[in-house]
Design a protein around this ligand. Structure first.
Ligand code: NAP
Length: 483
């Protein structure tokens, strides 16, 4: 069991109305380390009743929180930000322990998570209204902005901290209160963050966390009329289900869902840079990010060169427990994920794909999977059509710009995509033709708190981060004033 120096961060209870508490039933769920399969601890197995209590606490806390000035809320968010940075190493260890990602990635995610608090603390001060030139004499038209109210957030296991703050920071900055449900496999990062929110002086009830039965908790968060907004990050099928559930009470929703990112390398690209970008875009978090490159398209003249260099680099990636400093590729989230990845690879091979690197469960066993490179793939294979969510890179050869645009857009998803080219005219044309919410050009990583993150088509609704990210937590109100 890994040691953290600030033991107050390792919480095994939930946080409702400023109190650390257990499930009413007293029942717990176990949480395991994906690298070692060891039990890390337990979390309360909560359901409908505790979720109601959390929602009611958030409702009680709302009037006082929304009536603070934006500056007062900002000071608390900045105090929370400071505590996260001060505890970065412990938070990173907790994340690696429950999620598996290498420690350097966990440290990076903690900085990234903290950055949303700093950003939205400032953005909260800039929620401006409008005065509209009147269409009639004797009338004044004024627009004001208000916090939407009690918000709910449901988050996935692949970014256990950043997905919490990307929602909590704009919600709290706008004057909303919240109930959070983290993924059952990675609850401790969320609980540690909330422990720091408490220390930062965020009042009781403003932020609440419940863990346990996802369908019961999700059922209450989506049906309770007190909740005015749901922000969900996770898979597309669950997102669709939750959106449907929210329809009855007409909640505002933000949906950050799955992707199927194409990574396109043109003949004129800097191939070494493209290989670097491909490695990070594909193998970060063992291929388990929504913006991970899912399909590689390489133009015919540079295909051999790119594939040879990419294969060499993939074969040299150190796989291991994320807590060991040399590890670049950690385990997948659980053994089932590794089994599913094997099925996808085997299916592709049966349909004619060729394995250039990897292709099987790693000799470390458990949830480890070898970083894999597949060639001879075709569009009918599931590796090309579905989100792989594992360390497998299928590579296609293409001839023309038009062909690759059509292939890249031939998916229900529209989250992130990547282009490598040095021709500015081509970059602009392809950028405009790609049906995606985010386009990385000559970069393999594009998420930052200052830019709008989100997708189109089945990849979701709404944007997080940037000046746009706070809008989903705001209601517009209009006054027509007769003089
Ligand atoms: P998931 O299975 O959809 O789970 C996400 C969250 O939803 C978890 O907290 C889960 O709880 C909860 N959940 C599951 N079933 C539910 C239900 N019936 N009602 C209410 N909540 C429910 O997704 P995942 O496997 O954790 O995450 C991977 C997916 O997230 C991928 O598709 C990835 O692309 C996507 N993702 C998208 C973004 C983005 O910004 N677009 C970012 C990261 C990840 P339990 O853990 O308790 O089951």
């Amino acid at each position: 069991m890994m040691k953290v120096s600030n033991t107050t961060l390792f919480k095994t209870q939930c946080f409702i109305d400023g109190q650390w508490c257990d499930a009413i039933s007293g029942l717990n769920v176990d949480v395991f380390n994906p690298a070692t399969q060891e039990k890390i601890g337990t979390i309360p197995n909560m359901g409908t009743k505790e979720t109601q209590l959390a929602i009611e606490a958030a409702e009680r806390a709302l009037p006082e929180w929304r009536n603070l000035t934006a500056q007062e809320r900002a000071r608390k968010l900045l105090a929370w930000h400071k505590l996260i940075i001060e505890n970065q190493e412990d938070l990173a260890k907790i994340m690696t322990m429950e999620q598996g990602k290498p420690l350097f990635e966990s440290r990076g995610e903690i900085s990234f998570a903290a950055s949303y608090l700093e950003w939205f603390a400032e953005e909260g001060k800039r929620i401006y209204g409008d005065v509209i030139p009147s269409n009639q004499k004797g009338r004044r038209l004024i627009v004001t902005k208000e916090p939407i109210g009690v918000c709910a957030a449901i988050t996935p296991w692949n970014f256990p901290s950043a997905m919490i703050t990307r929602k909590a920071a704009p919600a709290l900055a706008a004057g909303c209160t919240m109930v959070l449900k983290p993924a059952s496999q990675t609850p401790y990062s969320a609980l540690a963050l909330v422990a720091l929110a408490e220390q930062a002086g965020i009042p009781a009830g403003v932020i609440n966390v419940v863990t346990g039965k996802s369908s019961e908790i999700g059922g209450e968060l989506t049906s309770n009329p007190i909740v005015r907004k749901l922000s969900f990050t996770g898979s597309t099928p669950i997102g669709i289900q939750l959106m449907r559930q929210c329809a009855e009470t007409m909640k505002k929703v933000t949906m950050e869902l799955g992707g199927n990112a194409p990574f396109i390398v043109f003949n004129d690209a800097d191939i070494d840079a493209a290989v670097e970008g491909a490695l990070i875009a594909k193998y970060r978090n063992a291929g388990q990010t929504c913006v991970c490159a899912n399909r590689f398209y390489v133009q015919e003249d540079v295909y051999e060169q790119f594939v040879t260099k990419f294969a060499q680099r993939i074969a040299a990636l150190p796989v291991g427990n994320g807590i060991e400093l040399e590890t670049i590729i950690g385990p997948m989230i659980d053994e089932k994920a590794a089994q599913n990845t094997q099925i996808l690879v085997d299916e592709a091979v049966n349909q004619g794909a060729e394995i250039l690197v990897g292709g099987k469960r790693h000799s470390l066993g458990g949830s480890f999977f070898e970083p894999t490179l597949l060639t001879n793939v075709n569009v009918d294979m599931r590796v090309a059509r579905e989100e792989i969510f594992g360390p497998v890179a299928p590579v296609f050869k293409f001839v023309s710009e038009q062909d690759v645009i059509e292939a890249a857009n031939d998916t229900e998803f529209g989250l992130a995509c990547y282009i490598y080219s040095r021709d500015v005219g081509r970059i602009w044309n392809v950028y405009e033709a790609l049906e995606y919410g985010m386009v990385g050009v000559n970069v393999g990583v594009l998420a930052t708190e200052v830019a709008p993150f989100g997708g189109i088509k089945s990849s979701g609704l709404g944007r997080e981060g940037s000046k746009y990210g706070i809008e989903d937590y705001i209601e517009i109100k209009y006054m027509c004033l007769g003089l």
